[in-house]
Write a protein that binds this ligand. Structure first.
Ligand code: BGP
Length: 481
């Protein structure tokens, strides 16, 4: 079966500044740089952010490889810690400006659309020490000032901007589940941080509306949507799943697209005594500064069941949560290397949700991918990794993406995480996601089989489906999450 995609579809891949550039010449440490300095053993094989791929030095060669595999668009991020010298006054770092100018120009010269994100888990650590990071609304103001500098410098050539990558991961990682520094477990703080991130994104959008002069310019945010599916049809499991959806997905989706935080969630937090602090002026900024375009990162769904116990403290109860519990569905398909369930049909459910509940806003799949360890297991005599599992993984997700586009969802692109194997936070280089492998000792980069395959798809705007897609034969649409 051949699947044809809409005209001008984005075929691309995503990375981020802190995961690809290396620390070279950066003026400030971000949260991960600092965490590595104080606790290197928290990182796989003690490989830290100073050993990320070498994009700062090798971007011309890297972009040439991205072109070679047919990418027509690539997302990366501008690092606050590289572009700005004085974080309070926003003075620019000359080398940072030069670097991002050259990167943007190089992408364009190679026929690749540069898609720019402004925050990818890389808060300057000084702002954490001085203000408590995202707990403090002042940091959101400083972020909006940084964003303004980026728009002024680059929006003559960059038309597609995104404020945050996966704000919920900042909340969960830093304030609930301890996988990002400062590894706090504090429900009320997490709620306030979530609100502050919503506000910071709206303030950056406000700046964009003020300073962008490019008529093609548009701005959005990148959210990791994890559709929750209840373990059973019982009212208790369904309620748990509904609340999980309010927090995990709707908090950021509703505020980004509709300019409103979900009332039901606010009422729930209010009754728990942990409602975020907001002012009418802030809520007006959120209402007035909604996004033009949406990026959705999708890796895995959430299976949810009723919570096991409950106390009076949201902070104590959050792990496992007071309102729901993660459910290990028997027989689910797993990527065991990463520990994530593989459930491509969720792409259809996400697309329909956007169509029906979010004004059918234009969106693209901004990340999707499969982290696999020890990929050299599949290296052939020519040194090419034969990652057929990745090709199948992408095919299945693209099958459902194509189906939801056919059914009217306004999706304009697909980006794999990631073009070239890059550094994965505390997992360092354990799991590899790229179309292109990277030997971090020699910096030799080699296109994988999936890279050659993807070029064929991108060049023809058509995908030949060569595998069986689970669930496609008895597909019944679920149109609401
Ligand atoms: C997403 C992040 C990426 C990337 C990816 C893979 O959540 O936006 O930065 O890292 O996940 O996950 P991991 O690196 O944890 O394997």
């Amino acid at each position: 079966m051949k699947l044809e995609f809409p005209k001008d579809f984005w075929w691309g891949a995503a990375t981020s500044g802190p995961q690809s550039e290396g620390r070279f010449n950066k003026q400030h440490a971000n949260m991960f740089d600092y965490w590595y300095e104080v606790e290197p053993e928290a990182f796989y094989k003690q490989v830290g952010p100073d050993t990320t791929s070498n994009f700062y030095n090798s971007f011309k060669e890297d972009i040439r490889l991205m072109k070679e595999i047919g990418l027509n668009s690539v997302r990366t991020s501008i690092q606050w810690t590289r572009l700005i010298d004085d974080l309070e006054t926003g003075t620019l770092n000359e080398d940072g400006v030069r670097f991002y100018n050259e990167v943007i120009d190089e992408f364009i010269a190679n026929g690749i659309r540069p898609v720019m994100n402004l925050h990818h888990f890389d808060l300057p650590v000084e702002l954490y020490h001085k203000y408590g990071g995202w707990e403090n609304k002042r940091v959101g103001e400083l972020f909006a000032n940084f964003a303004e500098q980026c728009f002024k410098l680059f929006s003559d050539r960059v038309t597609d901007w995104f404020t945050f990558n996966e704000p919920m991961v900042i909340v969960e990682g830093e304030y609930l589940m301890q996988f990002h520094y400062p590894k706090i477990v504090d429900g009320p703080k997490a709620v306030q941080v979530a609100y502050n991130l919503v506000l910071a994104s709206a303030k950056a959008i406000q700046k964009f509306r003020e300073v962008n002069t490019n008529p093609k310019g548009r701005i959005g945010t990148i959210l990791n949507l994890t559709p929750p599916y209840p373990a059973t049809d019982s009212p208790e499991d369904k309620k748990a799943s509904h609340i999980a959806n309010l927090w995990l997905n709707r908090l950021f989706m509703d505020s980004a697209v509709h300019g409103e935080l979900p009332e039901e969630l606010a009422a729930l937090f209010d009754s728990e005594g942990v409602l975020w602090e907001s002012t009418p002026e802030e809520l007006a900024i959120i209402k007035e500064n909604v996004i033009d375009v949406l990026g959705i990162n999708f890796y895995h769904p959430h299976r949810v069941e009723r919570p096991e116990f409950s106390s009076n403290s949201l902070a104590i109860d959050w792990l496992p949560t007071k309102f729901w519990k993660d459910y290990d569905m028997p027989g689910r398909r797993m990527n065991h290397d990463k520990g994530w369930e593989i459930y491509p049909k969720a792409v259809y459910d996400i697309g329909m949700d956007i169509k029906e509940n979010y004004n059918n806003i234009e969106w693209f799949m901004s990340e999707n991918g499969m982290g696999v360890s020890r990929e050299e297991r599949w290296m052939n005599a020519d040194g090419v990794i034969e990652d057929d599992y990745r090709i199948s993984f992408i095919q299945e997700h693209l099958y459902w993406l194509h189906k939801v586009i056919e059914d009217g969802s306004n999706c304009f692109g697909y980006h794999l995480w990631t073009p070239i194997d890059c550094w994965s936070w505390a997992n360092a280089y354990r799991n590899r996601y790229g179309f292109i492998s990277n030997n971090i000792h020699t910096q030799i980069k080699t296109i994988k089989k999936s890279g050659y395959w993807f070029k064929g798809v991108a060049d023809t705007n058509t995908m030949e489906l060569t595998i069986h897609v689970e669930g496609a034969e008895n597909f019944k649409p679920v149109t609401s999450l």
